[in-house]
Design a protein around this ligand. Structure first.
Ligand code: NDP
Length: 433
């Protein structure tokens, strides 16, 4: 704590992982003796830089850019970029730390890192977003590369931003290095299913978790928070599996649509018009916009938090338990507070932590890197099959490892321990570096 003052989210993420590790450290003292734990908490490299750009009114704007290269024991640093006004070092470090274990869980050769900026894309013109991305990449380009560090999207960074970032990287380096970024457009090196992967993967993970108690998504009432990339695709996959999705949200409030969310309309509002959720309600009879309480007040069987960190609190967890929720699967990173996680687990609710349940995005990024390296492009069906098999493997590894370390059915322990062991073993093998 003293080394990293004021980084509350980073402290929370470290505590969440380390509290699961007792049984592993008791069995394998070499992880303690070799300083692996301390090394895991210290990023290999942290880059903070100025991002100057000119807005449409010809004013100079200054933002702060970050790239935290956390751990490359398993492969090149890999993790998204977040553009949101709340971004500061503590957020980037929490996300980077989580990413190390998530990437390890996929079983793929990926290290962990994360980056972003306190830039707020909301309300900015196309030209402003492009100039910001170009300025951001003008510094970032010297730190990244196919074999060193491979960024992708996250909150506020979608296909449009990745396009501008890749364009500037190509221009500065004079290299068409497809493998330097993932989340690219399909016509210029992207992979089918990458856009859908995080939301789809979360639902596929939850489906496998529910199957263990003889349930499925058919006719289940489902709540989703957020209405960005992860939320939209979680809604899509849950509906494909027969669920009735009742909610979505943004920072202006949440919408309840008892008839089931009209995904085509929501896409029009969010992806085409880039409007607030109120615009959905204006066009959808029966849907309600609610600006008090939280989306978790709606009674459901399955809850999928897909917006942001610490959005599902102890109060929300209590509401969900009281209304009989069966499962909670995290599409977002660390959306459930530690108190809420404890409450859900004590109540016997199936709980899938983000580092396992939302790993489909980064896994499909690794598939994009494979396609880039072999100059190939795979079909949607084949790529989705690969995603489904990665999610099934992650699920089963969590279950097996939890069982092995004396916590049967505990996905938090399973994910943390399985993710930790693979990274720790690689770090031991590589020596003190
Ligand atoms: P987007 O920017 O596409 O969407 C984020 C959504 O969450 C928006 O609808 C946003 O609304 C909403 N939101 C943000 N803050 C709040 C809040 N305080 N209350 C209610 N809604 C809020 O991001 P993504 O969908 O890509 O990412 C969502 C989460 O998933 C993040 O935690 C991210 O780290 C995680 N994730 C994303 C992956 C990916 O592949 N994209 C991979 C793995 C994890 P508003 O517009 O009003 O801010």
């Amino acid at each position: 704590l003293r080394r990293n003052p004021g980084e509350a989210e980073f402290h929370q993420a470290v505590r969440e992982v380390f509290t699961s590790l007792g049984p592993v450290l008791a069995k394998h003292p070499q992880y303690v003796d070799s300083g692996v734990l301390e090394r895991m908490c210290e990023p290999e490299r942290q880059i903070i830089f100025r991002v100057p750009w000119v807005d449409d009114a010809s004013r100079v704007q200054i933002n702060r850019g970050f790239r935290v290269e956390f751990n490359s024991a398993l492969g090149p640093f890999k993790g998204g970029l977040r553009f949101h006004p709340s971004v500061y070092l503590g957020i980037v470090k929490f996300l980077g730390f989580e990413q190390v274990f998530k990437n390890s869980l996929t079983g793929m050769p990926l290290g962990g890192g994360k980056g972003g900026s306190d830039f707020d894309p909301r309300g900015r013109s196309e030209g402003e977003v492009m100039r910001f991305c170009q300025s951001f990449m003008t510094e970032l380009y010297r730190h990244i590369g196919e074999y060193t560090d491979v960024p992708a999207g996250d909150t506020g960074v979608g296909g449009r931003e990745i396009g501008y970032l890749f364009g500037q990287y190509k221009r500065i380096t004079n290299r068409y290095e497809s493998g330097v970024l993932t989340g690219k457009g399909i016509s210029w090196g992207g992979s089918l299913v990458r856009t859908e992967a995080t939301g789809y993967g979360t639902v596929l993970f939850a489906e496998r978790m529910l199957a263990r108690i003889g349930r499925g998504f058919e006719d289940q009432r489902v709540s989703v928070s957020g209405s960005g990339n992860v939320a939209l695709h979680a809604i899509e996959k849950a509906q494909q599996l027969g669920a009735r999705v009742l909610t979505f949200s943004d920072s202006s409030g949440y919408v309840v649509d008892e008839a089931g969310v009209d995904l085509a309309l929501l896409r029009e509002v969010k992806e085409v018009r880039r409007e607030r959720v109120a615009a959905y309600v204006e066009r959808r009879p029966g849907a309600r916009l609610i600006t008090e309480g939280s989306v978790w007040d709606v009674p459901v069987d399955v809850a999928l938090p897909c917006a942001t960190q610490n959005e599902l609190t102890a109060r929300d967890a209590q509401r969900l338990v009281t209304s009989g929720v069966t499962a909670v699967a995290e599409g977002a990173n660390m959306p459930t507070t530690p108190e809420a996680v404890a409450l859900l687990r004590e109540a016997g609710v199936l709980f899938a932590p983000g580092k396992a349940a939302n790993a489909g995005g980064v896994a499909t990024s690794a598939l994009e890197m494979q396609q880039n390296a072999s100059r190939d492009s795979w079909s949607f069906e084949y790529t989705e099959e690969r995603l489904a098999s990665v999610m099934a493997d992650i699920h089963d590894r969590c279950v097996d490892v939890a069982e092995e370390y004396g916590a049967p059915g505990d996905y938090v322990a399973g994910a943390n321990i399985a993710g930790f062991i693979r990274v720790a073993d690689a770090m031991l093998a590589l020596g003190v570096v």
